[in-house]
Structure formats: structure tokens, C-alpha cells
Design a protein. Structure first.
Lengths: 472, 334
């Protein structure tokens, strides 16, 4: 009656679906919280109204993003138990405390200060309000710290031993667990990705409004700030990504083989496969377009270095190449486009044409969603590349699931798909609507805001605070 | 591996987290449950605004409850979450609707009625499923080895429906008490009217659950009525009776804060009652606290953090409530 394999597949789809949706929001809110902190700091320092207007503008967007991040995040904290009970039981003593620390150090900090950040400026004064913004921004970073430590431990488990019940338990101290080998790379790569994602959204919004009015002061300011971020951070990200890849090569070679499409070993120098059609069933690359020896140069920094392929990995331990190969190319391709966008903006800036070149603005608008797609593609690369394990090399995905019945998981999956597409689809629509309106001097309440918002809309409070600031 | 003293400490911390959640999100959800009875316009906006700055923090206690359970009692987390699969997923989806409604109803005036309905429906289903899960846990779940072994509809029984309805009623009462304290004029008057209905209903619900629980088996009868335990356990209904009298008096005198505090105290006593029923089990009759406990090294590592951070969290949470103290205004900052 029950098909275990179906139930497992459905549970995997459900986890992948819910976490991909969830990941979109923090990758925006981590960057946006920091951007808001920067804007408020600049306003406090310079007193220029443009920063306050931009702060108010992006704060409304942040509130919507954050709410969607919270509700989709709570689902994740329970889904380990509902769908991955065996994993929870066995890995709980190691990853549970790290997640508990995430709640204690990050979630409460964000939630505790969010109310003041959104609604409290009139009530607490400017410096305390800035402190609240700062706490929310720091909270988002701390959250990334812990949850990426958990994820990294699942990728490169260290510092544990096994008890009589088959549970992973800490061997000695906690530092080897928290700072497991892939964690520093993953943390830096992911947090920079969040900053880039935000910069691209801010840049796209700025460019969109500049296309209508190239003199618009606020649009110019945010476009310029975003293009600085893209120009400076995209190359850093590509460097960090390369380092992360080398770290993966050391600890999870099979994942890199799948990313590179190396089914076969190349004892005397591996090609770089640019494109091709991976065939997992026959374990070979079809219609490959490749550059000889370049693969060895990139992975081993030596043209003739031998590179092992998936044929050196036991058949039961190979990740699905079809997914990883392509998701990796999507991420790298978008990263390259980000680099080009940043470079073009530098060119335009030094030519004194940053706000004039229409093609640059159009390019920036098109790149608005690129960060999200790259983040999800990167996530798929690292997660699917870890298969068939949940705890790499130690606990198989097939052995991690709850005692599942396919109909129950199927029904919940359908419910998640319907609810998420409806709710977050509408939410994304609201975000676009907010962004489609240009920020204005004395940034007023949006036209759709109620006249008696009683603290829901921070705009009047901030406007009042600014007037106080100008007078005082 | 596990340390009994540490295990008790963690049982206490998690019980505290769950109780914080029940009280704090209890009044949020209660306002949501009553939302469709509140007049559209100023009164609804006021009710919403009274919790908008704090709901996120309140809900975080639920995440601490779940995350903490996984960390301190991973076996119980694994078994309970799979046993309660359907109501748990329903609760999570309901909380999605409830949570986004806070923002979305302001962003989309054309569909405010829809988001208000999502707010009410989400709050109602979240409360109902939380109550159902409580009942399903109390009546016991089937465990084999280290895994849930029951069916997918085991959670649905008359008893779990009773606890589900009870939690809905109790949360609604908490919500009215909060509105009575934090709002004025029409919203407050409405809350007071609802309180007069919900308070006796809550009492009846507590009574019904208390009477039904000992007959579920699972040694609940002995834990309540065996000598000399009964001398201690009898204090619970006794104090609830006294609090009921105080509640009625505070209603008559139109007190604003007192009904809220008394209701929290009644919730607290009911919570103690649950503790009496369940101890020393975490999953009744199958998994004790000690059997589910994570190794001492895991619990100790978290305790260091919790000892410092929980007081800190309570401090800045209190500060955040303090910032938004007093009655919620209609007109805001104009």
C-alpha cells in the first residue's frame, strides 16, 4: 500500500521546495537590513534627507520581506521532525544545539528590535532607533552564521562520535563542530551572495526609475550605491566562490566531479567542460563542448594534473550530475554577468555617464532578479551535490526520513505548493508594487496606506523625526 | 551519557518556552480568532496595531520550543513531530496566512477583506491544531523502537477535538483581555462583551479537559488522585476556583489589566496540571524525559548560552513592550 520510495522522493521535493522558497527571503533581508543600517547611519551622520527618504522607502519593503521570511522559516524548524525524524533523532544532539543558538542569539534579537525599527522612531528617538536597526541587521547575520554552520557540518562533518543509540554526539569540544572545514567558505560566500542579491534589487529599482527620470535624486543615489556594491563585491564573490570550490574539491570531491561533469577520470589533464548533456544513466557526457586541460588548471592549478572522475566513486555514492552540472552553470553564468554589470558601471562612472547610458540601466533592471536565481542555483548545487547523503558520507538520505506514508506527504506537498505560490506570489507582487513607485522627498505614506495607520506606517513618524532633527 | 539534573533543567526551560509561547502568541492568536467579530475600520485596525510590533517576537518562542526540543530531547522531537504530522503541517500553513496578513492587509486595500479572513482563519486553525496536538500527545502515541509506529489519523479523537476547541476558547479569552488592557472606546467595549461569554466557556473547557484526562488511562488517574499526591494536586483546582472569583470581581469593577493577569495565572495552573499528568514522560507511556535526553555535552553547551541569553531576551522583549506601552491610538502620529 505504501511506497517508501515515493514517500521519500515526495519528502525530498517538499523539503527542497519549502527551503528554496524560504531562502529567497533571508537572502534579501540579510542584505537589506545592512543596507538600511547604512542608510540610517548616513542620515545620522550627514543629515541629508535623501538617506532618510531611502530608509523609509526600503523599510516598507523590508517589513514585507521579513514577514515572509519569518513564516516560511518556522516551517523549516519543524520540518526536520515531521519529515526527517530519523535524521533529527540521530543528528539532533549535534545540530540541535546550533539551531537553538540561532534562535537564542538571532531570532529573538531580530524580532525583539523589529517592532521598534518598524514602528518606534517617534517613541525612542533617533540614536536608539538606529541601535534597533543595527540589532536587526546583526541578528540577520548571526542567524546566517548558525544555520550555515549546521548546513556545513552536514556537508563536512567533524568533531563528532557515535553513541550506542546510533546518534551523532560531540566528541570533545564544540569548536570543531561549529567551525567545520567548509563553514568559513560557505558563510562568506553566502553572506556576500545576500549582499549582492540586495544590491542588484536596489540597483534595478533605481535604474527603473532613472529610465523614467534620469534626474531623479533618490533613484540616482540608490543606483549609484548599488553599482558600487556590484563593482566591488562581484569580483570578491567570484574569488571566494573559487576558494569555496577548492575546499569542496578537498572534502567532497564527488560534488566537484558532478559540477564539472567529469564522469571519467583524466589521468593526464582534464578538460573544462563548458556545456554538454550529462547522462546519469550511462554515466557519460554527451555533446560536450570542452577546452582541453583547462579543467586541471582551474582545479589543480596545473595543466597536466590528473583529475579523478565519478568512475572512482562507488555507484551508490554518486550525486545526480544532470542537476548539479546545470545549476552550477546557471550560478557561474549569472555571477559573470554581475561582474560585467559592475565593470560597465565603473566604466560609465568614470565616463561621467552613470545616469545617462540607457542600456546600462536596462541591463541593471534585467539583472534585478539575478541574485535570487544565483542563490537558489548555488544552493541546489551544494545540496544536490551532497546526495545521496544528509550527513555527508555517514548518513544516507534514504535512511534519514520519517516513517512516511506517501499519501500524507503527497497531500502536505500539494498544500505547501498551493499556499506558497499563492501567498508568496501575492507578496512578491506587493513588493514589486512598492518598488514601482519612486522614492520621493519627504517620502510620504504610500497611497494605499490607511490614513489612521496608528504606527503601522513609519513614514509620518520618521518625517516628524526628521523635522525635529532639522530644527535641532 | 545523559545527565538527570541537566535533563530536568532543560525540561524546565522548554516548559517555560512553551508557556511563554502559549501566553504571548495566545493573545495574538486570540485577537485573530475574534477578528471577524470586530467592526471593520478603526476598531479592527486598532486591534491589529496593538499586536503588530510584538507578534514576531511572540511567535519566536514557538521556534525555541521546537528547536530546543530537537536539541535537548531529539528522540521526542523526532517521534512527536512525525506522530502529529497532519495537524502540525496545518498549523504551520495557518501561521503563514496569519503572519503575512499583518503586512499584506495594508499593502492591498482592494483585498483587505480577504487578508482579514486569512488572519482570522489562520489564527483559528493555528489555535485549533495546537489544542489538537496537545490532546493527541496526552492520549499517547504509538512508538516502536525509536520511531512513531501509529497511523496518520491517530491524532483525531473526540478528546483531541475537545482540547482543540478548549485552546481556541482560551486563546480568544486571552485576546479579549489584551484588548481590554491595550485599547479604548469601541474596541475595548467589544472586548469586554466578548470576555463575559468567553470566560465561563474557558472555565467549562478547563473542567471538561480535566475530567476527561484521568480516564485516558496512561496512569493519569494515579498521578492526580493517589495519596499523598492528591494533597498537592488538589491545590490546582482550588487555586483556579479562587482565581475565577477574582476574575469575576475584576470584570465587575471594570479593571483593565487584572483580567489579563488572572487569565495568564489560570493558564499557568492548567500548564502545571499538564505537567502533573505527564511527568516523568515526554511522550506519555512511551518515552521518558531521561530516555529522550540528548547527551550531557549537548545540553550543557546550550545551557551556557541559555543562562546568559534567556534573561537578556526577556530584558529586551520587556523593553520593546515598554516602548509600546499604554493604549494603542487610532490616529497615530498626525
Amino acid at each position: 500500500m505504501f511506497h517508501d520510495a515515493d514517500a521519500l522522493l515526495l519528502a525530498r521535493i517538499q523539503f527542497g521546495f519549502t527551503i528554496s522558497f524560504h531562502f529567497i527571503f533571508p537572502s534579501f533581508s540579510i542584505g537589506l537590513a545592512s543596507y538600511l543600517a547604512v542608510l540610517e547611519a548616513l542620515w545620522l551622520r550627514t543629515g541629508k534627507p535623501v538617506y532618510l527618504d531611502l530608509y523609509k522607502y526600503w523599510l516598507k519593503i523590508f517589513a514585507v520581506v521579513f514577514a515572509m521570511g519569518v513564516v516560511s522559516g518556522i516551517v523549516m524548524s519543524y520540518q526536520f521532525g515531521t519529515n526527517w525524524a530519523v535524521f533529527s533523532d540521530r543528528a539532533g544532539p549535534v545540530i540541535g544545539p546550533l539551531m537553538a543558538y540561532e534562535v537564542l542569539t538571532a531570532f529573538f534579537l531580530e524580532a525583539g528590535f523589529l517592532g521598534v525599527m518598524l514602528f518606534g522612531m517617534r517613541k525612542v528617538g533617533r540614536r536608539l532607533h538606529f541601535f534597533a536597526t543595527l540589532m536587526v541587521a546583526i541578528g540577520t547575520f548571526i542567524s546566517a552564521f548558525w544555520i550555515l554552520s549546521v548546513n556545513s557540518w552536514m556537508q563536512t562533518p567533524t568533531g563528532h562520535t557515535m553513541n550506542a543509540d546510533g546518534q551523532f554526539v560531540p566528541a570533545a569540544g564544540w569548536l570543531p563542530i561549529i567551525f567545520n572545514p567548509s563553514f568559513p567558505y560557505r558563510l562568506v560566500h553566502t553572506v556576500i551572495a545576500a549582499y549582492l542579491t540586495t544590491a542588484l534589487v536596489v540597483g534595478a529599482a533605481g535604474a527603473w526609475h532613472l529610465l523614467r527620470d534620469s534626474q531623479h535624486e533618490h533613484a540616482r543615489k540608490m543606483f549609484s550605491m548599488a553599482m558600487w556594491m556590484a563593482a566591488l563585491v562581484a569580483p570578491v564573490q567570484i574569488f571566494v566562490g573559487d576558494q569555496h570550490g577548492l575546499n569542496t574539491l578537498e572534502h567532497q570531491p564527488a560534488k566537484v566531479m558532478a559540477m564539472e561533469g567529469h564522469f571519467r577520470s583524466h589521468p593526464e589533464g582534464a578538460p573544462l567542460i563548458l556545456f554538454g548533456i550529462p547522462n546519469d544513466e550511462e554515466q557519460r557526457m554527451e555533446h560536450a563542448l570542452e577546452i582541453p586541460r583547462l579543467g586541471s588548471l582551474i582545479l589543480k592549478h596545473d595543466l597536466d594534473a590528473p583529475v579523478a572522475g565519478l568512475d572512482t566513486i562507488a555507484p551508490g555514492n554518486r550525486p545526480p550530475v544532470e542537476v548539479v552540472f546545470w545549476s552550477f552553470r546557471v550560478m557561474v553564468g549569472l555571477g559573470t554577468l554581475m561582474l560585467i554589470l559592475g565593470a560597465c558601471s565603473l566604466l560609465a562612472r568614470f565616463a561621467g555617464k552613470l545616469y545617462e547610458w540607457r542600456w546600462l540601466k536596462r541591463f541593471a533592471v534585467l539583472m534585478g532578479p539575478a541574485g535570487f536565481i544565483a542563490v537558489i542555483a548555488g544552493w541546489i548545487t551544494t545540496e544536490v551535490g551532497r546526495q545521496p547523503f544528509t550527513v555527508y558520507g555517514l548518513l544516507r538520505t534514504a535512511e534519514s526520513a520519517s516513517p512516511l506514508a506517501a499519501p500524507a506527504v503527497g497531500a502536505s506537498l500539494v498544500a505547501f505548493v498551493i499556499v506558497y505560490f499563492t501567498v508568496f506570489g501575492l507578496g512578491s507582487g506587493y513588493l514589486l508594487k512598492l518598488m514601482s513607485r519612486a522614492p520621493q522627498p519627504h517620502e510620504p505614506e504610500p497611497a494605499n496606506a490607511p490614513s489612521h495607520a496608528a504606527g503601522i506606517m513609519p513614514a509620518p513618524a520618521l518625517a516628524a523625526a526628521r523635522q525635529e532633527g532639522n530644527h535641532g | 551519557m545523559a545527565d538527570p539534573a541537566l535533563t530536568m533543567v532543560w525540561a524546565g526551560i522548554l516548559a517555560f518556552a512553551v508557556f511563554m509561547y502559549v501566553v504571548m502568541d495566545g493573545f495574538d492568536l486570540g485577537i485573530g480568532i475574534l477578528f471577524s467579530t470586530i467592526k471593520v475600520g478603526r476598531e479592527r485596525d486598532t486591534a491589529m496595531n496593538s499586536i503588530a510590533p510584538v507578534w514576531d517576537g511572540n511567535e519566536t518562542w514557538l521556534v525555541l520550543g521546537g528547536g530546543g526540543l530537537m536539541a535537548a530531547f531529539p528522540l521526542a522531537y523526532a517521534v512527536i513531530m512525525s506522530a502529529l504530522y497532519a495537524p502540525l503541517i496545518a498549523m504551520l500553513l495557518a501561521l503563514v496566512f496569519r503572519g503575512v496578513a499583518f503586512e499584506f492587509r495594508w499593502r492591498d486595500p482592494a483585498h483587505r477583506a480577504f487578508w482579514d479572513l486569512a488572519f482570522t482563519g489562520g489564527s483559528f486553525i493555528a489555535a485549533l491544531t495546537q489544542g489538537i496536538m496537545l490532546g493527541a500527545l496526552l492520549q499517547g502515541v504509538e512508538v516502536q523502537g525509536r520511531a512513531y509506529a501509529g497511523g496518520w489519523w491517530d491524532w483525531l479523537t473526540p478528546f483531541s477535538l475537545l482540547t482543540g476547541a478548549s485552546v481556541v476558547i482560551g486563546y480568544a479569552l486571552l485576546g479579549t483581555c489584551w484588548l481590554n488592557w491595550k485599547t479604548s472606546d469601541g474596541t475595548q467595549a467589544h472586548a469586554r462583551r466578548m470576555m463575559r461569554v468567553l470566560a465561563p466557556l474557558t472555565l467549562a473547557a478547563i473542567l471538561a479537559v480535566s475530567l476527561a484526562t484521568p480516564y485516558l488511562g496512561n496512569e493519569y488517574f494515579q498521578r492526580w488522585f493517589s495519596m499523598p499526591r492528591v494533597l498537592f494536586t488538589a491545590q490546582v483546582p482550588l487555586v483556579i476556583a479562587i482565581l475565577t472569583w477574582r476574575f469575576v470581581r475584576s470584570l465587575r469593577r471594570n479593571h483593565e489589566l487584572a483580567p489579563f493577569v488572572i487569565t495568564i495565572a489560570v493558564f499557568g495552573l492548567s500548564f502545571v496540571g499538564l505537567g502533573i499528568s505527564m511527568y516523568p514522560y515526554l511522550v506519555p507511556n512511551s518515552i521518558t524525559l531521561d530516555a529522550a535526553a540528548a547527551p550531557a555535552s549537548s545540553q550543557a553547551f546550550m545551557l551556557v548560552g541559555a543562562a546568559v541569553l534567556v534573561p537578556l531576551i526577556l530584558a529586551y522583549t520587556a523593553w520593546s513592550y515598554w516602548v509600546f506601552r499604554g493604549k494603542v491610538e487610532h490616529e497615530g502620529y498626525h
